[in-house]
Design a protein around this ligand. Structure first.
Ligand code: ADP
Ligand code: MG
Length: 777
């Protein structure tokens, strides 16, 4: 190997055994988890990681190469950023110096600490900055001892939605829209990104400024689509070429090694979990993360292959990421993976899925080998051959002139070849140098390009400014917008925009607002309907910004900023929290968002309250109206009832009067009835009496009648007798007549008169008795 690196204590990093190294890291509770009073569900012991499922109390144990306990700073086994760098990344850097390809990727759900581990924040620098710095420090040390040329190139890109976005190109040439890049496969060198910027870097600060530029680019893009950063993979690549100038028998003989160092911050693992592919996300039409899904498939296929020893088809080419990582997974690379997890119970499911994923990666075996440069190797071989020939030539000189001539010829032709190779090498060096100069020039241009939309690079200590805040802490506080004395205009980004600060996004108006800075007093003036929130409140009037009280500005709904006023800060400098004013990006974003939410909620609540009051008032009014109506109705009804009652009373009175009368009448009637009854009784008595009298009279009459009848009969008898007598008399008379007739007339008449009187008397009696016995002569 080239560099004299100390051998590692860890056997796992031995190159012969180039299995994928897998580590797990658990982070501390986040503020939210703390607020939820979460209990940790993860425990670690040695290289073991155990998870207790709070629902079932079941414990799942996994064994990895390393288990990093970063949960609690006070713990004796606490794994700091430095420890993780030392344990996981230093061996990789050593392998890189040895000429191997190396790769480290971070896997885990969003918010579990991938970016914290890979990139880190501020003083808690992660693996990437530490490795880059370490690399240049080591180069400086090695340089002192040996003559080795180091050449370093870096790339930084993002895979989002299966498209590759170069993070080191800010703007496409001639104002065109930046086109995503594509993966190509070189027959010898393998897959690569066509047209990707490869910047030559010669110091750690070079890398730092490119990373800064790349992150600014991500930050400006991220504001347009918020969850983009969690769904994209960011790939940082360093290509290190070491050329050792060796002398073989005083002849220069270069040896060159090339190694790729890939450091990858993967998309949130939730982006490929099965729950997401079947549930809401699919319904929303959001595509699943193909790269992450395929990475899982590749890891699973590789682990199966190494377990059963049979060659299996590995679907590298199914996704952009796996295609590019082909060499890092199961290929020529020393690879490590760090799986980051949250300690909270609320993440148990995702944590378990991450741990299972990581477990599979444990069994992948790579075939790492030193990448020696063919060119340099060729030169070395040529030189060695020339030496050999020279020696042969020397011995041939004395014996065979023909042989000597042939050797000489061969040596000359080899020398030509060698010169050609050396020219190529020199050309390459020159090209690198040129490339580096070009990169430097482009960096300056890109910085200028970024300054156009108002982003500043070096903080001016006196000017007030706005710094961006983002949900992803990695992208927070990356963009700085200066507010100069006078007016700073803000509007939508367009190629010809004249605004000092240019923002993109549908909610940003062409002319959004003006920020006025008058002698250090900064106020924000909304234009037309543009949406601006200051500390959560939607403002319609010019509003003064203040670094303590009015410091969170949200433009167009998704551009979050914190207002800083260095002069004001100095005036009220509080030594204990002087820095927290300026370096609290992630917390600030949450704070600003919370504030917006609270303000929105308060507004909503007040609107609801207002609506409620209005509704109440309306209700009261309608109730009042209804009440009045009811009152009216009641009154009229009452009146109606009253009059009815009155009439009824009158009726009742009338009735009772009638009743009285009736009663009187009744009484009268009763007395009358009594009277009548009495009368009846009297009458009955009378009747009886009369009846009796009548009976008696009848009896008497009967008696009388009988008497009469008797008398009548007697009369009739007498009459009969008389009649007989008369008849006899008549007979005698008639007999006499015949002899003397004149003297006997008178006695006859008298006799007939006496008879008629008697008949009259008999008829009178008959009449009196009511009998139809009529007597006639
Ligand atoms: P990811 O990149 O996986 O989405 P981040 O790295 O952005 O997650 O981490 C989310 C939050 O958790 C950040 O605020 C970060 O500072 C914090 N964090 C993550 N890991 C750690 C750790 N090991 N120690 C302290 N804070 C951490
Ligand atoms: Mg992240």
């Amino acid at each position: 190997t080239l560099a004299e690196s100390s051998s590692t204590e860890k056997d796992v990093f031995k190159v012969e055994n180039s299995k994928v190294i897998v580590a797990v890291r658990v982070r501390p509770f986040s503020n939210r988890e703390k607020n939820e009073n979460s209990l940790p569900v993860i425990s670690m012991s040695g290289s073991e990681t155990a998870v207790r499922n709070p629902a079932t109390n079941q414990v799942y144990s996994f064994s990895y190469d390393f288990s990093f306990w970063s949960f609690d700073k006070r713990h004796p086994n606490f794994a700091s950023q430095a420890i993780i760098y030392k344990t996981l990344a230093v061996p990789l850097l050593e392998r890189a110096f040895e000429g191997y390809n190396t790769c480290l990727f971070a896997y885990g759900q969003t918010g579990s600490g991938k970016s914290y581990t890979m990139m880190g924040f501020d003083e808690d620098r992660g693996i990437i900055p530490r490795l880059c710095e370490d690399l240049f420090t080591q180069i400086a040390q090695i340089d002192k001892q040996q003559v080795i040329l180091y050449h370093l190139e870096m790339s930084f890109f993002e895979v989002y939605n299966e498209k590759i976005h170069d993070l080191l190109v800010f703007k496409a040439e001639s104002g065109q829209k930046k086109q995503p890049l594509r993966v190509r496969e070189h027959p010898v060198l393998g897959p690569y990104v066509e047209g990707l910027t490869v910047n030559v870097v010669s110091s750690y600060s070079d890398i730092q400024s490119w990373l800064e530029l790349g992150n600014k680019q991500r930050a400006t893009a991220a504001t347009v689509m918020n969850d983009k950063s969690s769904r994209s993979h960011s790939v940082f690549t360093l290509v290190m070429t070491q050329t050792k100038v060796e002398f073989v028998n005083e002849e220069q003989c270069d040896r060159s090694l090339t190694s790729h160092i890939n450091l990858i911050d993967l998309a949130g693992s939730e982006c490929c979990s099965t729950a997401q592919t079947t549930g809401e996300r699919l319904k929303e039409g959001v595509s699943i993360n193909k790269s992450l899904l395929t990475l899982g498939k590749v890891i699973s296929a590789l682990s199966k292959q190494s377990r059963n020893g049979k060659k299996t088809f590995i679907p590298y080419r199914e996704s952009v990421l796996t295609w590019l990582l082909k060499e890092s997974l199961g290929g020529n690379s020393q690879t490590a993976m760090i799986a980051t997890v949250s300690p909270a119970a609320s993440s148990t499911e995702e944590t378990l899925s991450t741990l299972r994923y990581a477990k599979q990666a444990c069994s992948i075996i790579n075939t790492a080998k030193v990448n020696e440069d063919v060119n340099a190797k060729l030169i070395r071989e040529l030189k060695a051959e020339i030496e050999k020939l020279k020696a042969a030539q020397k011995s041939a000189l004395n014996t065979d002139p023909e042989k000597y001539r042939r050797y000489l010829q061969e040596i000359t032709s080899l020398r030509v070849k060698l010169h050609q190779q050396e020219r190529d090498m020199a050309e390459m060096q020159r090209a690198w140098k040129e490339k580096f100069e070009q990169a430097e020039k482009r960096k300056l241009e890109d910085i200028k390009e970024l300054q156009v939309p108002g982003i500043a690079f070096k903080m001016d200590n006196h000017l007030p400014n706005l710094v961006n805040l983002n949900e992803d802490p990695q992208l927070s506080e990356v963009l700085l917008y200066m507010i100069k004395e006078g007016e700073t205009t803000v509007g939508r980004y367009t190629p010809n925009s004249k605004h000092d600060i240019q923002l993109s996004g549908v909610l940003i108006a062409d002319d959004h607002c003006v920020i006025k800075n008058t002698a250090g007093k900064v106020s924000i003036i909304p234009l037309r309907e543009a949406k601006i929130y200051v500390n959560g409140k939607c403002i319609l009037e010019p509003t003064v910004l203040h670094h303590v009280s009015n410091r969170f500005v949200i433009l167009g709904g998704d551009h979050y900023f914190r207002f800083n006023h260095p002069v004001e800060v100095q005036k009220v400098k509080r030594p204990s929290c002087g820095t927290t004013f300026l370096h609290d990006g992630p917390k600030d974003f949450e704070f600003a968002k919370n504030e917006l939410l609270i303000a929105q909620r308060t507004q909503l609540e007040s609107e609801i309250e207002e609506a409620r009051l209005k509704a109440k008032e309306e209700m009261m009014q309608s109730v009042q109206i209804a009440k009045e109506m009811v009152q009216q109705e009641l009154t009229s009804q009452k009146e109606a009832y009253e009059s009815k009652i009155k009439s009824l009373e009158a009726e009742v009175r009338e009735e009772s009067r009638k009743k009285q009368i009736q009663e009187l009448n009744n009484q009268k009637a009763a007395t009358k009835i009594q009277e009548l009854e009495k009368a009846k009784q009297n009458l009955e008595l009378e009747l009886n009496f009369n009846k009796k009298r009548l009976e008696m009279e009848t009896l008497a009459t009967k008696q009388a009648l009988e008497d009469h009848t008797i008398r009548h009969a007697k009369i009739l008898e007498a009459l009969e007798a008389e009649k007989q007598k008369i008849a006899e008399e008549i007979h005698t008379l008639q007999k006499n007549r015949g002899s003397g007739n004149k003297t006997m007339t008178i006695p006859l008449n008298w006799n007939s008169l006496k008879l008629s009187v008697m008949i009259k008397e008999a008829n009178a009696i008959s009449n009196e008795l009511g009998k139809n016995t009529v007597f006639s002569r």
